[in-house]
Ligand binder design. Sequence first.
Ligand code: PEP
Ligand code: MN
Length: 263
Amino acid sequence: LVSRKKHPEDTIVSIKGETVGDGKQRLIAGPCSVESYEQVEEVAKALKYQGIKFIRGGAFKPRTSPYDFQGLGEEGLKILKDVAKKYDLAVISEIVSPQDIEMAVDYVDVIQIGARNMQNFELLKAAGSVNKPVLLKRGLAATIEEFINAAEYIHSKGNGNIMLCERGIRTYEKATRNTLDISAVPILKQETHLPVWVDVTHSTGRRDLLLPTAKAALAIGADGVMAEVHPDPAVALSDSAQQMDIPQFHEFISKLVDSGLYK
Ligand code: PEP
Ligand code: MN
């Protein structure tokens, strides 16, 4: 169902009046974790200023350690929804349990399935059973074939509004948190008809690499770029090393615009 061979035309996903996959390049930005209304609102103002429609924020956080911040849960989704309503933004947030998919539909505009859950088949089937776009992230050590099959699980349940997101894979290289597989972008564009995003924050884990990797993603044909922004990354409850603060975010956007790759 997701194969380009069977369906040559691009899938264009419509989210709150904005489209993804039609050749225009989009941005998703927002904090790693939702921490408070004020925190999300500060980021929302910056997105609004830049004309960016998609705000992200994790409410259910799949953390490596059980002692790390696990997210605000449904309360976090409510904060995102309230801020998005005030600023006319679209919300993208990760859901980790199949049982929470129905609940999430009331709060989010896009259901994110995270790298750690790319092969949680019950979660994929649950996301495939609702009428809500899904952003599916590539697994930590998933091949492109496995990634495409995960998308197929969602589509097989009836939901064809799927967007893929390359977010780096695990290799022996330690200079970056993960290794951005930039060639996955044109491969996924060739093999499937789905929009393809690149998450530069989790790919690199390095603030200094966000701009060059975002340029690479846009140059190679990604439909959009995801990056994390926090009003005060030093005190962020997750991913404090790689989130941009608000001035850095504005600089990031203006440099992307200057590059001519992002319009
Ligand atoms: C995220 O986007 O918040 C996230 C946890 O990313 P990933 O699933 O790619 O690690
Ligand atoms: Mn993060």
